[in-house]
Ligand binder design. Structure first.
Ligand SMILES: [Zn+2]
Length: 105
C-alpha cells in the first residue's frame, strides 16, 4: 500500500485543480449570451455541455473531499458499501474511489 501522506498530497493537488476548473466553467457559464439568434443557440448548447462537465467536476470534488476525510478519520481504501478492500490497483487509477469495483458498477 502506498504511503497515505503521498496519496493525501496527491488528492489535495487534484482537489485544487478541480476547484480551479469548476471556477473556469462558472466563468464561461456567466458570460452574456450573444445577440445573434444562431450564435445564441450554439452557445446555449455549449453551456449545456459545460453544465454537465461542471456536474461531473463537482461530483469528483465531493469524492476527493470524502477520500481526504477518510484518510484523516481512517477507513481510506475500504469500500463504503461493503467494507471490503477497494484494492491497490483500483486506488492507483482512482485514488479517491470510495467504493470497490463491484459496488461501483
Ligand atoms: Zn464494495
Amino acid at each position: 500500500m502506498t504511503n497515505l501522506e503521498d496519496i493525501k498530497s496527491l488528492l489535495q493537488e487534484k482537489l485544487a485543480a478541480m476547484i480551479e476548473r469548476s471556477e473556469d466553467i462558472d466563468d464561461d457559464l456567466t458570460e452574456p449570451a450573444d445577440d445573434d439568434w444562431g450564435e445564441a443557440a450554439v452557445e446555449a448548447a455549449g453551456d449545456e455541455v459545460l453544465e454537465e462537465v461542471g456536474d461531473v467536476t463537482l461530483e469528483e470534488i465531493a469524492q476527493i473531499k470524502q477520500a481526504l476525510a477518510r484518510i484523516e478519520n481512517g477507513g481510506y481504501g475500504l469500500c463504503m458499501s461493503c467494507g471490503e478492500d477497494i484494492g491497490a490497483e483500483r486506488l492507483k487509477v482512482l485514488p479517491y474511489a470510495t467504493k470497490c469495483m463491484s459496488c461501483a458498477e
